[in-house]
Ligand binder design. Structure first.
Ligand SMILES: *Cc1c(COP(=O)(O)O)cnc(C)c1O
Length: 398
């Protein structure tokens, strides 16, 4: 029999559900146990040793900080979507990033990181809080900046909030044997699979598209078996666990991930084009308009430009605040990748923890709004934005 590799959309529906027929179920079991009976002590001790050492599973889960079957199911499904050997889930995207940095400390004293990054990632790296240093580089400087003490290279593409793209394969080539971590939150495995481009670690704030419904905070790292063991060791020791109910909801969302991503992306292209033609708007950053760094990668490295965009208003901070106050259908809130349209002000909210100079260098200005286009009907999304832009203009005139 030849092996037929299913289409990613099919994987999204079926991954992590392979044993359902044998179990006699149609929905995944949700295991909320915190501890598990140990009736065979020798087996229990062997399981404990294996799990503390980073094993993906053992004969007995022992304790939920070491292993949870519902979380493991989501991890296996996500690994299939990313095309990685394994994946490790965490309590949040930042818990996932922290675990990667703690695991990287065993390999060297600093990481190389490319700005812009998600505001709190920038803050965590810049603060040195976890005892690992950060050297900020441009993508083309990675090769020359690496030395014997470089533990990891960290990039985010598309970047938050400017939507700039970075050539993942080029960074991987420049990094040589140093592992490259890609924060792929904005792309999802539907649009981009960094492992196939040579990335060692693919990080998601699963809070965003993977969850997709605004009701789970979670993070996940897709990686090889060796890194997964290192991350599980950190997770078992530091406790940044994903709750099984969160894992259940994330797994429940995977079958519709591709539908959600594609519908939102189609909407975003229309909204971006209309915003670019609106007199109140100074510029629109969207890979689908060719207005971001390396926009050409949206059609090669990515299977489309995604559904995040940023736009700058001529009226600066006051106009941005007025638009946020005037939207009725869109939710004026941080976060992204939800089924509903979300709009937020990076300088005032998500990127406040980034110093002003870096904000300016990264194009995060007072009049910049970031829009996460949802899956509503596009005409309703546009009608809402249009009335909010008009309201902002009236506020300015008054
Ligand atoms: C939200 C976000 C994070 C942080 O994830 P949390 O789940 O909020 O901890 C990291 N990277 C990117 C790109 C994000 O959008």
């Amino acid at each position: 029999m030849t092996h037929h590799r299913p289409h990613p959309d099919t994987l999204g529906v079926h991954a992590g559900r392979e044993d359902f027929a044998a179990l006699g179920v149609h929905a995944p079991p949700l295991d909320l146990s915190t501890t598990y009976p140990v009736t065979d002590l020798d087996e229990g001790t062997a399981s404990f040793d294996a799990l503390v050492g980073g094993a993906a599973r053992a004969a007995n889960p022992i304790y939920a900080r070491l292993h949870n079957p519902t979380v493991a199911r989501f991890e296996q499904a996500l690994a299939q979507l990313e095309g990685s050997r394994d994946a490790v889930a965490f309590a949040s995207g930042m818990a996932a990033m922290s675990a990667c940095l703690l695991a990287a400390r065993q390999r060297g004293g600093h990481v190389l990181a490319v700005r812009p990054l998600y505001g709190t990632s920038d803050h965590l790296l810049a603060s040195g809080l976890l005892g690992i240093g950060t050297r900020w580089v441009r993508p083309e400087e990675v090769g020359s900046a690496i030395d014997g003490d470089t533990a990891m290279v960290i990039i985010e593409t598309p970047a938050n909030s400017t939507l700039d793209l970075i050539d993942i394969a080029a960074v991987v080539r420049a990094a040589g044997t140093v592992p490259v971590l890609v924060d792929s939150t904005f792309a999802t495995p539907v649009l981009q699979q960094p492992v196939a481009l040579g990335a060692t670690l693919v990080l998601h704030s699963a809070t965003k598209f993977l969850g997709g419904h605004g009701d789970v905070i979670a993070g996940v790292v897709a990686c090889d078996t060796e890194w997964a063991a290192a991350l599980r060791q950190v997770r078992a020791a530091t406790g940044g666990l994903l709750h099984p109910l969160g894992a259940y909801l994330l797994h429940r969302g995977l079958p519709t991930l591709s539908l959600r991503v594609h519908k939102a992306q189609a909407n975003a292209q229309v909204v971006a084009e209309r915003l670019a033609a609106h007199p109140a708007v100074a510029r629109v950053c969207y890979p689908g308009l060719g207005t971001v760094a390396n926009a050409h990668l949206a059609g090669s490295q990515m299977r489309g430009p995604g559904s995040l965009l940023a736009f700058e208003l001529h009226g600066g901070h006051a106009a941005a605040a007025a638009v946020m106050a005037a939207v009725r259908l869109a939710t004026p809130a941080v976060s992204l990748g939800s089924v509903d349209t979300l709009i937020q002000h990076p300088a005032g909210l998500t990127h406040r923890v980034v110093d002003a100079q870096t904000q300016a260098r990264c194009g995060i200005t007072a009049g910049l709004l970031r829009l996460s286009v949802g899956i509503e009907d596009v005409e309703d999304i546009w009608a809402d934005l249009l009335q909010a832009l008009d309201a902002a203009r009236e506020a300015k005139a008054a």
